[in-house]
Design a protein around this ligand. Structure first.
Ligand SMILES: *[C@@H]1O[C@H](CO)[C@@H](O)[C@H](O)[C@H]1NC(C)=O
Ligand SMILES: *[C@@H]1O[C@H](CO)[C@@H](O)[C@H](O)[C@H]1NC(C)=O
Length: 222
């Protein structure tokens, strides 16, 4: 009995905590969202390796694997993709942190050539589709897609009315989560008090039932 008395409040506290976290996740899905980034369109204006007839172009974010673009072979040709190709998506972006990414070309001698390298951020993608166009003169013009990226709701591009709606939703959900948390804490406290009272009653009953025990311990222990 003693072990259940000790353990059950802990378990209930953990359950309470987990349910609050789950609630927050469901209220603010965007805060924790991350989106796969696909390549929609690319056109290269140059190649860097004089020794090779066709370039080997790849995309890479720091700390991640290379993504070879097997179709991109000619300059000044527009290549469009559906987003379902075997090598897609290129990477995944979160709204918390940018990644340092770039387009490169494998070089037969020496280090690989750089088309461009930049800080790739979810906030750069613009509505309605979550598109990001990156153009670098004489190098390339690329269009990325990330429908789930947080930048899809760019503050400056969201109409005023919609912004107000979003504010109202955030306020209402904050209030309801606070109410929920207070309710959970109050419920937990009530449950603990009830439990304690029951335990005390049971304890007292134990003493009423057994005179021997009463003699040994005395009621002043309570
Ligand atoms: C990179 O590729 C290796 C095998 O080719 C794979 O095991 C690893 O999980 C990949 N890493 C990432 C970040 O995708
Ligand atoms: C780059 O491509 C987009 C289409 O995806 C086009 O609208 C834009 O004009 C292009 N920019 C240049 C400088 O070619």
């Amino acid at each position: 009995m003693l072990t259940t008395m000790i353990q059950s409040p802990m378990n209930s506290r953990r359950t309470c905590f987990v349910s609050i976290l789950l609630l927050l996740y469901s209220i603010f899905p965007g805060v924790f969202s991350s989106g796969p980034v696909t390549l929609e369109r690319i056109e290269i204006f140059t190649t860097h390796d004089w020794l090779k007839a066709t370039p080997t172009v790849y995309f890479r974010c720091q700390g991640e694997n290379k993504t070879l673009l097997p179709d991109v072979k000619k300059k000044n040709v527009v290549y469009t993709f559906k987003g379902e190709e075997s090598w897609q998506p290129l990477t995944e972006l979160t709204d918390k942190k940018c990644k340092r990414c770039g387009f490169y070309e494998e070089d037969t001698v020496g280090s690989d050539d750089v088309f461009d390298e930049w800080e790739f951020c979810a906030s750069e993608f613009t509505p309605p589709k979550g598109r990001y166009i990156r153009f670098k003169g004489k190098e390339f013009n690329v269009t990325f897609l990330c429908p789930e990226c947080k930048g899809t709701a760019h503050a400056s591009e969201v109409p005023e009315k919609k912004k107000n709606n979003v504010t109202v939703v955030i306020i209402i959900s904050s209030i309801s989560s606070v109410v929920f948390i207070f309710g959970a804490v109050a419920g937990y406290k009530y449950w603990r008090r009830r439990k304690r009272e029951q335990d005390q009653a049971r304890f007292l009953k134990l003493f009423e039932d057994g005179d021997d025990i009463e003699d040994e311990f005395g009621l002043d222990h309570m």
